[in-house]
Design a protein around this ligand. Structure first.
Ligand code: PLP
Length: 377
């Protein structure tokens, strides 16, 4: 992997080494089923409890408000469908720029008769509080707004949106998959009812995540079976991955401020160097998640830029990696009304704590070279 510069950290991140080492123990030695009463499972049960505590502490929740899932997609689907099934026929409010895990879950519910309002965003990807106030006047059961957008990084005013939602008696969910482990998140301060997270976005393993469910929130179980996860999410616990997720989150949060500073420093250099090379581009989004850089280059094709960067050993994305088979302009770039001359030339560079100044210099120089070459051809 050393021959590549990995700058697609919004798609996934490198596994934390300490998490990996600890995971091996639970895969090879302490492999007992956490539900069994014998002594061999005692350490496994302890690890499950301990991990739940670490994760809860990381977002200022209580341990019994953390429900382990298979990742962001499951957490999002559970939040939407689990609340709705307790509130049949009421409105759901979400936004036009949510991840497909939310949008498709809402579409599933529309098929069976639920009504969904997809709030618009402005050119920066921000939701206007007043749009929510207008929409929520209808009989609404659930509002789901992402904490930070995966394509353009825009962070939403979650605390304000949750307050409006509660004033109107509805439940508030936020998809914080991109944000957890990268900015400080305090569920009590935000006063959200439900929050989704996925470990591989914060240096944990893939296929594991969690849904925070505030005590007292009315939500039905999503996967039926055994009594794991307080009877709401059945299935033998993936202990190794849960342990790995907790360690990865703890390690990221312990160095949060320095990671943010480092990534923002690199981000500024990248933007300034593009500007001084007189490259014609727009930076999408505002108040963006540190390291999430969505750029639209005038008259370019994002796909061509991605492939040429790949040939030079630089890995970026054209938008959402989870949707990379869909090569049209993404629903997010459409929703922010990006100028047509720029929209097709959109790429997302997502930097992490592991990227260096040399990485960023190489990325920006490669980009400048590619764009100048295309222009002069
Ligand atoms: N929500 C957001 C904002 C995401 O960025 C992603 C993945 O890119 C998901 C949900 C889905 O997470 P996972 O792929 O871990 O299921």
């Amino acid at each position: 992997m050393d021959k590549y510069i990995y700058a697609d950290n919004a798609a996934t991140t490198k596994l934390d080494m300490e998490a990996f080492e600890e995971m091996k123990l639970y895969l090879l030695n302490e492999y007992g089923n956490a539900s069994q009463p014998y002594s061999f499972s005692r350490n496994v049960k302890k690890a499950l409890l301990h991990s739940r505590k670490i994760i809860a502490k990381g977002i200022n929740a209580e341990p019994d408000e953390i429900y382990f899932t298979s990742g962001g997609t499951e957490s999002d689907n559970w939040a939407i469908k689990g609340v709705e099934s307790t509130n049949a026929q009421k409105f759901i409010i979400t936004s036009q720029i949510e991840h497909k895990a939310i949008i498709k879950a809402c579409e599933d519910l529309e098929v069976i008769g639920n009504k969904v309002v997809y709030l618009p965003v402005n050119n920066f990807g921000e939701i206007d509080d007043n749009e929510l106030v207008k929409a929520i006047a209808r009989d609404t059961s659930l509002v789901s707004i992402m904490y930070a957008n995966n394509e353009i990084g825009t962070i939403q005013p979650i605390k304000e949106l949750a307050a409006i939602t509660h004033k109107n008696g509805a439940v508030f969910h936020t998809d914080a998959v991109q944000a957890i482990g990268h900015v400080n998140i305090d569920v009590k301060e935000l006063d959200v009812d439900l929050l989704s997270a996925s470990a591989h976005k914060f240096n944990g393993p893939k296929g594991i995540g969690f849904l925070y469910v505030k005590k007292g929130t009315n939500i039905s179980s999503f996967i039926s079976g055994g009594s794991q996860e307080f009877g709401l999410r059945a299935g033998t616990e993936n202990i190794a991955s849960i342990v790995g997720m907790a360690i990865a989150l703890k390690n990221n949060l312990e160095h949060l401020e320095e990671n943010i500073k480092h990534v923002q420093y690199l981000e500024n250099i990248l933007i300034e160097e593009l500007k001084s090379a007189n490259i014609d581009f727009i930076r999408n989004g505002t108040n963006a998640l540190p390291g999430n850089i969505s750029l639209s280059f005038k008259g370019m094709s994002g796909e061509i830029l991605l492939h040429r960067l790949d040939l030079m050993g630089v890995l970026v994305s054209t938008g959402s990696a989870c949707d990379s088979v869909n090569t049209q302009i993404s629903h997010v770039i459409k929703a922010i009304n990006c100028d047509k001359e720029y929209a097709e030339g959109t790429i997302r560079i997502s930097l992490s704590k592991n990227n260096t100044l040399e990485d960023v210099k190489f990325i920006v120089n490669s980009l400048i070279k590619i764009i100048k070459n295309i222009k002069s051809a």
